[in-house]
Design a protein around this ligand. Structure first.
Ligand SMILES: *Cc1c(COP(=O)(O)O)cnc(C)c1O
Length: 423
């Protein structure tokens, strides 16, 4: 239907939402995922759900590969090649060539590798430009590297980065979509500004890969990292990826020189020689069971057109906001609720955040109703809209629940005030 994805149009009643769902070309994709009955899952930006074949694939891995072949599985079952094989599958989601991505380690460790590598690509420069208020791991890792190598970190608002002078800067490091606010940063503009000054651009794509059209090669990104357990549905702790543009393959030197990034690991040589291409990004033994689940997660949305799914996500987030703002039959919301994410849907990713002084308790009350969002300190509630498995009725119902929780003060109940360590 022509209205799906259009910014100015949104369904104003639950019945209209059902009509949109009935005509949504992506609706059948939902059946590829396992979602608990009755739950509205708005946290796929933090941990995607399993696919219907994830459990079977993990079971088959344990019985038909691990138990049956034991150590032979490294060769016969493709375990050793999984980091580059799945790298090729991730490449599709970020606009990279198949041989420019490897899957290994966590995002934190990959960021460490890539920021170090970026500094080594510009050995005469000791300045890093980094986003202020970025995801904590990014901030901590960048600060640690700077102190290790004697570099200086210049923190600035990504909104002004595209007009910075990078002429003494080794690298800029920034998240494409901000984890708390959902702001989409100007990846192409900042990368171009970095290049104009001779700097390298390193992007964290954790909240954008699988959510928006990411085009690292068109935009001339140098290095990138990102999570696979968010919109790529790899499962809890599934390994992260690193992208290295081909023009840097020959010169790239990353600091964690493990044996599986060696040119000839089974020669057990006394000193390190890097493997060619992205194999040198691999450090140690791959997490095979996690990669098995990730392979299913990546396959689940590989045929989905990213522009179509992004349009649907824009419509879902807009609908959610409109219901909360009282622009639909569901009624008005609470004036203490303020939109943290950009109002312009093209400037926000696929998650929407609201601030409220009692955000923590409100999120708990929503979870008790089966609406799963999350809380991000100090006062933000965050709701992710993965278009592969969410329906328009889900966005409508979730916002209606939130309106009810606010109107009834249900969140004041003592059980919702107790803070868990994981939010
Ligand atoms: C989720 C996320 C991470 C997580 O890093 P891990 O090493 O997987 O824990 C890092 N950076 C950003 C921007 C994220 O959104």
């Amino acid at each position: 239907m022509s209205n799906v994805g259009s910014d100015s149009m949104f369904p104003t009643t639950r019945q209209m939402c059902q009509q949109w769902d009935a005509q949504d070309p992506l609706a059948p994709v939902r059946s590829r995922f396992v979602l608990p009955d009755g739950m509205i899952y708005l946290d796929g930006n933090s941990l995607g759900p399993p696919t219907v074949d994830s459990a079977q694939a993990l079971h088959d891995f344990a019985t038909d590969q691990w138990a049956a072949h034991l150590i032979g599985g490294w060769r016969s079952d493709g375990w050793m090649d999984a980091p580059v094989r799945l790298g090729a599958a991730v490449a599709h989601y970020i606009g990279a060539d198949a041989d420019e991505v490897a899957v290994a380690d966590s995002t934190t460790i990959n960021l460490y590798k890539m920021v170090h590598a970026a500094l080594r690509l510009r050995p005469d420069r000791r300045v890093l430009v980094a986003a202020d208020e970025d995801f904590p791991t990014d901030t901590y890792v960048i600060d640690s590297i700077a102190s290790q190598v004697g570099a200086v970190v210049r923190r600035c608002d990504p909104q002004s980065m595209a007009s910075l002078d990078f002429s003494d800067v080794a690298a800029v490091v920034c998240s494409h979509v901000h984890f708390r606010t959902g702001v989409v940063n100007d990846l192409a503009g900042i990368t171009a500004a970095a290049h104009a000054g001779g700097a390298v651009a390193v992007w964290d794509l954790s909240h954008s890969a699988g959510a928006l059209a990411v085009t690292v090669n068109t935009d001339r990104v140098d290095l990138a990292v990102g999570c696979t357990y968010k919109y790529l549905n790899g499962g809890p702790g599934s390994p992260a990826y690193c992208f290295v543009a081909r023009r840097h393959h020959a010169d790239l030197s990353q600091p964690i020189t493990g044996w599986l990034g060696h040119a000839d690991p089974f020669a057990f040589e006394a000193s390190y020689r890097p493997a060619s291409g992205v194999q040198r990004l691999v450090t140690g033994t791959p997490s095979v069971a996690s990669l098995v689940a990730l392979e299913r997660g990546l396959a689940a949305t590989a045929d989905v057109d990213i522009h179509q799914s992004r349009s649907k996500a824009v419509a879902l987030t807009q609908l959610f906001i409109e219901v909360l703002q009282g622009n639909t039959s569901a009624g008005p919301s609470n004036s203490l609720l303020s939109l943290v994410s950009p109002g312009d849907p093209h400037k926000r990713g696929n998650h929407v955040s609201f601030a409220h002084p009692n955000a923590y308790a409100i999120v708990q009350a929503l979870i008790a109703r089966g609406v799963i969002g999350d809380f991000r300190a100090p006062d933000v509630m965050r709701f992710g809209f993965a278009p592969a498995y969410l329906r328009f009725v889900d966005a409508f119902d979730a916002a209606t629940h939130l309106n009810e929780v606010l109107a009834s003060n249900e969140w004041r109940h003592p059980q919702f005030q107790v803070r868990d360590a994981v939010t």
